[in-house]
Design a protein around this ligand. Structure first.
Ligand code: SF4
Length: 407
């Protein structure tokens, strides 16, 4: 059954990888039983990764991605290989397509060693089972089995349905090997906790709906058997009066921190959606260490503001207007200068940056965010997110991180 409601960032990512002409697209089409990816014997037919969603009974919402071959020697091959690699290294599970009639190649050995090193679980799928060479097949099967991999066979012309059902069975059996992302309030609340969510509906709010971190947090609170109250910032005071006891936690949009903190007594546990997502998606420990750069920001430093998706920007957009303005007010008041740059990817000139302030990353997976952070960390560049910056700017650290760190 296909699942069209769960965002890709909250799905398990299954990626089909292998060399060109390894039968990846035929496998992808068979898994969805129709022709989504173009299948041809010409090398390099799959140019950009193609992704489709699926709901699997054990695993829940998943996406399956068909990638370009890792030995693509065509003109644009290097770019395609880079894209494929980025999908593979952030995958939760890899279906390693390898022809049952061609001996193992160096590219395949390299891929297996990379996947093993990154602890990404994989299933070896021996494609072209109908054309298999028994000797080659036996060698390959031993090679993958010795590496601790589950294996299956696949042919697009014979016994396909039977092969597909065995492959899905192996995918579902991989559940225990797949590392799961934390849910927004996992370990933070108890069944029966009362939580108030403060969700301003300002000009930046999308029409007719809440934003993803708010929806996910609300659903997660219900999954944890909590009582959740959703109010706008101007409804918080009256909500507190209605409640017999103070709530166990207030979670606010980071942009309303100042207003919310003024209403709440200082002992009231408070955090923000963005801080919950800093823990859920990012390297929280590194974010915490990175905060120290704000105290001694160098004159002439450069801040890179990174967002993980394109969205319509309003005049008072948080990334391009609010954060730079607050930053200048807090850091440059004594005459320091700062420059800002904006990007959705890590730019070539990253070494020139003093600090990265990242959005909540709700539209990308934890693995993608961790990969990003690890690259920045390896360059020695501090990284924080919007929520942590706004908590700091409002003088709300460590209060705003306490509910997340006391777990
Ligand atoms: S910019 Fe970041 S926080 Fe905002 S919607 Fe996109 S991914 Fe989510």
């Amino acid at each position: 059954m296909s699942d069209n409601t769960t965002p890709l960032s909250e799905s398990l990512h299954i990626v089909i990888a292998g060399n060109t002409n390894a039968g990846k697209s035929s496998l992808f089409n068979a898994l969805f039983r129709n022709n989504v990816a173009v299948v041809s014997s010409a090398p390099g037919t799959t140019t950009d990764p193609v992704t489709r969603k699926i709901e699997l009974s054990n695993l829940g919402p998943c996406s399956i991605t068909d990638t370009a071959g890792l030995d693509d020697t065509t003109e644009l091959g290097a770019q395609r290989i880079k894209k494929s690699h980025s999908r593979i290294t952030t995958a939760d599970l890899v279906l390693f397509a390898t022809p049952a009639n061609i001996s193992l190649t160096e590219d395949e050995k390299t891929l297996l060693s990379e996947l093993t090193k990154s602890k990404i679980p994989l299933i070896a799928i021996f494609t072209f089972d109908d054309k298999k060479d028994s000797e080659i097949f036996k060698q390959k099967e031993n090679f993958f089995k010795n590496a601790g991999c589950k294996t299956a066979v696949f042919s697009s012309s014979k016994n396909t349905a039977e092969h597909v059902s065995k492959i899905y069975k192996l995918i579902e059996e991989s559940d225990s090997k797949i590392a799961r992302e934390l849910t927004p309030v996992e370990g933070i609340v108890r069944p029966g906790s009362t939580v108030i969510l403060v969700t301003p509906i300002d000009s930046a709010a999308p029409k007719g709906r809440l934003i993803l971190p708010q929806i996910e947090t609300l659903r997660d609170l219900l999954d944890h058997d909590c009582k959740a109250f959703v109010v706008k910032e101007n409804g918080l005071e009256s909500a507190l009066k209605i409640l017999k006891n103070p709530p166990d936690l207030v979670i606010t949009d980071s942009q309303a921190f100042a207003q919310v903190a003024k209403i709440l007594p200082p002992e009231q546990p408070l955090t923000s959606f963005s801080i919950l997502f800093a823990r859920k998606k990012g390297d929280f420990e590194y974010f915490m260490k990175s905060l120290s750069v704000l105290e001694n920001f160098p004159d002439g430093g450069k801040v890179l503001i990174m967002e993980a998706c394109a969205h319509h920007q309003k005049d008072d957009d948080i990334g391009t207007v609010k954060i730079p303005n607050i930053f200048k007010k807090k850091i440059c008041a004594g005459g320091k200068s700062v420059t800002f740059e904006w990007s959705r990817e890590i730019p070539e000139n990253i070494k020139d940056c003093t600090l990265v302030i990242h959005c909540g990353a709700c539209m990308i997976t934890q693995k993608t965010m961790l990969e990003r952070t690890s690259l920045l960390k390896s360059e020695g560049i501090p990284v924080i997110n919007y929520g942590l910056f706004l908590a700091w700017a409002n003088g709300l650290l460590p209060r705003a991180i306490e509910p997340v760190t006391k777990v």
